[in-house]
Every structure is written in structure tokens, then in C-alpha cells.
Design a protein around this ligand. Structure first.
Ligand SMILES: C[S@@+](CC[C@H](N)C(=O)[O-])C[C@H]1O[C@@H](n2cnc3c(N)ncnc32)[C@H](O)[C@@H]1O
Length: 263
């Protein structure tokens, strides 16, 4: 069982690497070249796989996460890179004064992949990320818009039909909770689902915060089929149609993932 559990983590780590190599890294490189002089931060790094192509380019890469067990896995999977000083993984809050004093105006690139939709007070958080950037630095965001068919992250539920049912996360909380309970989900899973319901973010809200923070969108790509689905489910990634991208509000319901670089 423990071995099987570990191989799941390893598989997720490999998915992070593959998706980053093919999609995230080229997207970021299109507006900011990565060299051995670059300093890169991933907030919400999980097992650290997203950083691998950056480490391979020689960039000094720091990954932070609030989940200690995921940072332990990153340190295990990337032990050689950590030992040689190419990478550092920390279980730390980026608001900690120790973090701020080390990394104020330090990073060329900051990455948040599948993280901003889990963060409270996103306006304050993004303004804080900006203080960690060097002049000319850029921030990458990849996230699923809240209103997309599985924007509630219900795919992580244990019960099959509850994990495969689209859009019901958009119902008011009592109905949403009743469906989860009916499906047999436990209190922990329901709490997790309600947290995502509290922090889920739309494309419009995200773009508004970027503007209010004094940042500019340098590159964006909306996807009908999220690139990560290729590695998780064998689905071919599909870019969103231009006509859908141009339709505010409605586009959220039909777009499984968006990539943005801002600076
Ligand atoms: C869905 S995972 C994404 C992991 C990885 N970036 C990837 O693309 O596979 C979200 C991660 O963000 C972390 N996280 C959430 N809020 C955070 C915060 N405020 N600071 C650091 N990490 C955070 C969680 O612990 C979790 O590991």
C-alpha cells in the first residue's frame, strides 16, 4: 500500500515535469529567456516537478509549499539538485519575515501553477508576489477558471459519480454539500471542497486584480482542454476558440485552463 502510494506521488511528479517541459517552460520562455543566471520561484510547488526544466537550464530554483509532506517528496525526488545547490525546497509561508528578508526583489520569474485558485485574498497575495520580483521580472499563472465544468476540483472526490459530475460546485453551499454527502464524501473532503468554493477565481476577477496591482498581461493562452489532461487522462490539449475567448463571463464555463504571464 505504502509503495503504491509512493508510486502515485512519483507519477504526479513525472506529470509535472512533462507538462512543464512541453507547455509551461516554453510559455514562460516566450517572454523571458531562462539562463544559468536566472532565479526562479515556484509558489505551491508540490513535488517540485514543474521546476525541473528550469533547473536543467541552470536557473537557481526555489520551491515553496505549505504542505510539509509534499516538500519532503520534492527534496527526495530532487535530492541531487538540492545537494548541488541548484534547487531549494522550503515549507514556508511567503509572508514570513525570514522569507521576505531573503527574497525581496530577488526573482526573475515566479510560477504559480494550479495554485492561485487555492489562495485567500488573492489581491493581497499577488501584490506581495510583485515585491519578490526583480525589476523586469515576470509572474506565470496557470489555473482552472472557477466556473469550468470541474472548477470545484470535484475530480479528487472518492465516489465515482460525484467526481465525474460537472458544474454542481456552482450550486449554493447547502445543495453542493448535500450532493457531496449523498455521494458518501467525508467531512474532510467536504471541507476541502468548500475551501475551493471560497477561493475559486474567474478569468475576469484575475484580470481585474492584475490591472489593479499595476501589472500588465504579457502573454495569455486559454485552453478548451487543459494540457495537464494529456498526462493525466491521455487527452489531446486544445486551445480555446477565439470567439469563446472574446466572450466575457461565458468563456469561464467552457475553458478548463488559462495560462498568463504578467509583469
Ligand atoms: C494543485 S497543487 C499544485 C502543485 C504544482 N504546482 C503542480 O502544478 O502540480 C497546489 C499546491 O499549492 C499549495 N499551496 C496552496 N496555497 C499556498 C500558499 N499560500 N503558499 C504556498 N503553497 C500553497 C498546496 O499545498 C499544494 O501543494
Amino acid at each position: 500500500m505504502a509503495l503504491h502510494h509512493h508510486s502515485d506521488h512519483k507519477a504526479r511528479f513525472q506529470q509535472q515535469i512533462d507538462n512543464s517541459q512541453e507547455y509551461v517552460f516554453p510559455f514562460i520562455e516566450a517572454t523571458h529567456s531562462i539562463t544559468s543566471a536566472s532565479k526562479v520561484l515556484e509558489v505551491g510547488t508540490g513535488e517540485g516537478g514543474v521546476l525541473v526544466p528550469f533547473i536543467e537550464k541552470g536557473a537557481y530554483s526555489v520551491g515553496v509549499d505549505l504542505a510539509p509532506e509534499r516538500i519532503d517528496l520534492a527534496n527526495e525526488f530532487l535530492a541531487k539538485e538540492v545537494a548541488t545547490g541548484k534547487a531549494l525546497f522550503l515549507c514556508q509561508n511567503i509572508y514570513d519575515s525570514a522569507f521576505i528578508s531573503l527574497y525581496s526583489q530577488y526573482f526573475d520569474v515566479i510560477i504559480l501553477k494550479d495554485v492561485i485558485e487555492h489562495v485567500y485574498e488573492q489581491d493581497k497575495f499577488i501584490a506581495h508576489l510583485k515585491t519578490l520580483l526583480r525589476p523586469g521580472g515576470q509572474i506565470f499563472f496557470g489555473f482552472p477558471p472557477w466556473q469550468m465544468p470541474f472548477g470545484g476540483h470535484q475530480q479528487v472526490c472518492r465516489t465515482k459519480w460525484v467526481s465525474k459530475l460537472p458544474y454542481y460546485h456552482l450550486f449554493p453551499i447547502p445543495i453542493f454539500k448535500a450532493i457531496l454527502r449523498w455521494g458518501g464524501e467525508d467531512d474532510n473532503m467536504i471541507k476541502e471542497m468548500l475551501e475551493v468554493k471560497a477561493t475559486g477565481i474567474s478569468i475576469e476577477r484575475f484580470e481585474r486584480i492584475i490591472k489593479q496591482t499595476g501589472l500588465k498581461v504579457l502573454k495569455k493562452q486559454h485552453y478548451l482542454i487543459n494540457p495537464i489532461y494529456k498526462y493525466k487522462f491521455g487527452l489531446e490539449p486544445r486551445k480555446q476558440l477565439g470567439i469563446i475567448v472574446a466572450l466575457p463571463y461565458l468563456r469561464n464555463f467552457l475553458t478548463t485552463c488559462v495560462y498568463y504571464t504578467v509583469g
